[in-house]
Design a protein around this ligand. Structure first.
Ligand SMILES: NC(=O)c1ccc[n+]([C@@H]2O[C@H](COP(=O)([O-])OP(=O)(O)OC[C@H]3O[C@@H](n4cnc5c(N)ncnc54)[C@H](OP(=O)(O)O)[C@@H]3O)[C@@H](O)[C@H]2O)c1
Length: 311
């Protein structure tokens, strides 16, 4: 099968022909249809995670996935050939078989679920990791109707979902975005205000909410400076820290978010998409043989998600 692989640490990842995996015990084999690019894919490709995770070359890159069940391994329950499924590849050590490929063998639980009616492969393929991080960050700060929530990194994949999920709870979203297309983008997702993160973010937020914001979602930027914009007793959730001690904010509750794309979370996200309440903002779609370009585009800056289509 064709796969986008890292052959060693010396070369750029490339498209290669490698053996098609089989569904092992407890696994399903997925015929891939769609995926998306996440920062961790670039981190794995660059070798930045060397030392933390072992690499078993060739490493097939890719974490999000959507496709059709092709085969079910012994002992795997809950799925049958032909089911439309999506999910997230966990990070087993050593890293080897991931999703930027024509086929993917993954455990049938806990990071796999069915795609509901009305959700296409492209939408499901960009939902798993970024959606889970966003939903769990929003849950961590539990925005209430009428509160103000600053989303820093609102133009990225995680942020684009978080803006929508926060606005849906009746909170007023202040989203970081450059004026123009980016500001239009976050307003379309439900933000009440855009603040230009290339300028004085604190000054702009204070103009909108002189007393501060009740919550901050930290997906980019200087978390400590953002924390100073909280009202006393405010909440901050960050995907950029491993533990709350890394971002001490006096008089606030800080949560570190490590996305857990379990079945319940994936189902909640997919139900929101199916109901038309959550958009999957795809900026651009890349075929399997153009993922190198997708990586370059991701590194240069994104608005929403970069999708991968596998045919
Ligand atoms: N802990 C976890 O489980 C987990 C899971 C998923 C993601 N993450 C992390 O969460 C972060 C967000 O992920 P993502 O997939 O959304 O990344 P992304 O798509 O690269 O989004 C980041 C966004 O933030 C913008 N930005 C850059 N500097 C900024 C600043 N100073 N203030 C406000 N916005 C700024 C970027 O704009 P430009 O494009 O203009 O630079 C980009 O739109 C990443 O660091 C990622 O590694 C963690």
């Amino acid at each position: 099968m064709r796969a986008f692989v890292l052959l060693d640490f010396e070369r750029q990842p490339t498209l290669a022909d490698i053996p098609t995996p089989e569904a092992g015990p407890g696994e399903v084999l997925v015929r891939m249809r769609a995926a998306s690019v996440n920062g961790i894919d670039l981190s794995i490709a660059s070798g930045r995670l060397r030392g933390m995770l072992e690499y078993d070359f060739p490493v097939v890159l890719g974490k999000d996935f959507a496709g059709t069940v092709e085969a079910v391994g012994t002992g795997a329950t809950g799925f049958a050939a032909g089911d439309r499924v999506f999910g997230v590849v966990s990070d087993p050590s050593p890293l080897s078989s991931r999703s930027f490929a024509e086929y993917l063998a993954v455990p049938a639980e806990p990071n796999l679920t069915r795609i509901p009616e009305g959700v296409d492969f492209a939408a499901a393929g960009v939902l798993g990791l970024a959606g889970s991080a966003a939903l769990q960050a929003v849950d961590a700060v539990a925005p209430a109707a009428g509160e103000a929530v600053l989303v820093s990194g609102a133009t990225g994949g995680v942020g684009a979902y978080a803006v929508q999920l926060t606005a849906a709870r009746g909170a007023s979203v202040i989203a970081t975005a450059k004026p123009g297309d980016e500001a239009d983008f976050v307003r379309d997702l439900g933000a009440s205000h855009g603040v230009d993160y290339t300028g004085d973010v604190a000054g702009q937020v204070r103009e909108i909410r002189p007393g501060g914001v009740e919550a901050v979602l930290h997906f980019a930027g200087d978390g400590a400076a953002l924390g100073e914009l909280l009202v006393p007793g405010g909440r901050l959730a960050s995907t950029l820290i491993m533990s709350p001690d890394q971002l001490p904010v006096p008089n606030a509750r800080v949560s570190s978010v490590f996305a857990n794309p379990d079945t319940a979370t994936l189902d909640r996200l997919a139900a929101e998409v199916a109901a038309g309440r959550l958009k999957t903002p795809i900026e651009q779609t890349y075929a399997l043989d153009r993922i190198g370009e997708a990586f370059a585009a991701f590194a240069a800056g994104t608005r929403g998600k970069l999708a991968v289509s596998v045919s």
